[in-house]
Design a protein around this ligand. Structure first.
Ligand code: NAD
Length: 487
């Protein structure tokens, strides 16, 4: 396969020479082969990108003051351009980060255009201002203004879908954007830039500067930025929140998770295997909301542990681009080392390994780890408290529903989760007791129309739904006196 090369950065609505000469090399997670090379942005490139975004935002006839329907039209063209590159987007993501191609074809190839279209429709349908009658005579105009220049920083695990959780509502609101993709997944971001150019996004509305954490930190604290939208680890999120606190800069944080998948005593897991896999092991365990702590009732503990062990043991492990692959490699050698160190901790702490625990023998290259299940896990074990971000499940026994709630809530995190039961009403009543921003009954699915986000160490703010749009708007009130109110 030929190496994908880019020499320029997408800044100010065109391909522009990078300021420095540093490059990022991209390596296939499955084969460890060199698959791409792109310029690495530096502080000067961030300065240029923020200047371009600032100029586009401050233009008195520019993107923020366009009628929402006009912005929506461009967003729809952007969606169509992404769709015409969907297959290549999925292929690039899959090759870079190990996401099985069947997953990439559903998530990365589809979700960005879905989000753009959803927010384009919302921009057309939702009023951006409202005349509100007052209690003291007169009335007021309440206006939802775009918040300004947005710094969007994204991780490598689901790079395109996560990018558009930010870009789509920000565009709809009338904001301009500087995006910093993760160095592990940049090739998809350059394809996205091609789509933006082809769609005719006005100059400076979207700018992309790839680089590592120092570049991200520089962007977060840049004086030309009005809002930060970050998805990534809780550690980085804390550092960013500190900076934003000092600068009084609004910030949305989508961070880590350690969610619980709670199996109630009436659950039929066998007939819900596909959904259960999706809620616990999708994308090789590299999704923030996965339910990696599985809570099983003592009355059925052995049987449930056997079922989950059987599921993990039967999964097809393979190269990410192979359509039969269910579990691909982890995104990087660093990530594999991290997952293996947690498996070692699980063994050392006395959890019972029932399947996996090592590297599959059949691959000479690639950062593969076998799907792994630990039984007899105590919720205080490190593997039950810390985010592993790999295909490792911990099965924890509980006595009754009250204890299940207590265990599920005994976590620093609060992002996702799921309840498995034959009775959806019982499941919903149980879900209400779980401290988490989102939770599913017999499935876990992010729908673009409803808010997604975490509580506790899983973050602040919400993406998706109208609530996601609100994150890129600020409210302005214009008081009108009685005379003006009647005009
Ligand atoms: P990471 O925090 O190391 O990096 C994420 C992004 O932030 C990268 O682009 C990185 O370059 C940048 N970055 C890192 N430190 C920074 C700093 N101090 N200032 C500015 N930018 C910085 O995370 P990762 O390893 O790339 O991704 C995995 C993590 O992301 C996991 O913890 C996972 O749970 C989390 N995640 C959360 C969600 C969510 O929606 N809640 C979604 C996906 C991933």
């Amino acid at each position: 396969m030929s190496v994908i090369e880019y020499a320029d950065l997408y800044i100010g609505g065109e391909w522009s020479k990078p300021t420095g000469s540093d490059v990022l090399h991209v390596v296939s997670a499955s084969t460890e082969q060199h698959i791409g090379i792109v310029p690495e942005g530096n502080d000067d490139d961030v300065d240029r990108a923020v200047r371009a975004a600032r100029a586009a935002f401050d233009d008195p006839t520019g993107w923020p003051v366009w009628a929402p329907a006009q912005r929506a039209e461009v967003m729809e063209r952007f969606a169509a351009e992404l769709e015409s590159r969907a297959e290549e987007t999925a292929r690039r993501v899959s090759d870079q980060n190990g996401m099985p191609i069947v997953v990439a074809n559903q998530l990365e190839a589809v979700f960005p255009a879905v989000l753009l279209r959803y927010y384009a429709r919302l921009a057309k349908d939702m009023p951006f201002e409202e005349r509100r009658p007052g209690m003291l005579g007169g009335s007021s105009l309440v206006i939802r203004e775009p918040i300004g220049v947005v710094a969007a920083i994204v991780p490598w695990n689901v790079p395109q879908a996560i990018t558009f959780l930010k870009v789509a509502p920000a565009l709809a609101a009338g904001c301009t954007i500087v995006l910093k993709p993760s160095p592990e997944t940049v090739l998809d971001a350059f394809l996205m830039a091609e789509a933006a150019l082809a769609a005719g996004l006005p100059a400076g509305v979207l700018n992309i500067v790839p680089g590592g954490r120092e570049l991200g930190a520089y962007l977060v604290s840049h004086p030309g930025v009005d809002k930060v939208s970050f998805t990534g680890s809780t550690a980085a999120g804390r550092a960013i929140a500190e900076t934003c606190g000092r600068l009084l800069r609004p910030v949305t944080l989508e961070l880590g998770g350690k969610s619980a998948a709670i199996v109630l005593d009436d659950a039929d897991l066998i007939n819900n295997m596909e959904s259960f896999f999706g809620a616990t092991l999708l994308n090789n365990g590299q999704i923030c909301w996965l339910g990696t702590r599985i809570l099983a009732p003592q009355s059925r503990y052995g049987e449930i542990l056997d079922t989950i062990t059987g599921l993990a043991g039967a999964l097809q492990i393979g190269e990410a681009l192979d359509p039969s692959t269910q579990i691909g490699p982890l995104a990087s050698a660093r990530q594999r080392d991290r997952v293996e160190s947690y498996i070692a901790k699980g063994n050392a702490e006395g959890a019972r390994l029932t399947v996996g625990g090592g590297r599959p023998k059949q691959f000479e290259k690639g950062w593969f780890v076998q799907p792994t299940v630990f039984g007899d896990v105590d919720n205080n074990f490190t593997i039950a408290q810390e985010e592993i971000f790999g295909p490792v499940l911990s099965v924890i026994p509980y006595r009754d529903e009250d204890e299940a709630v207590a265990i599920a809530n005994d976590s620093d995190y609060g992002l996702g989760g799921s309840v498995w039961t034959a009775d959806p009403d019982r499941g919903t009543a149980f879900a209400r007791r779980i401290q988490s921003g989102t939770i599913g009954i017999n499935a876990y699915m992010n729908d673009p129309t409803v808010p997604f986000g975490g509580i506790k160490a899983s973050g602040m703010g919400r993406e998706m739904g109208p609530e996601g749009l609100a994150g890129y708007q600020q409210l302005k009130t214009i008081y009108l006196d009685a005379k003006a109110s009647t005009s």
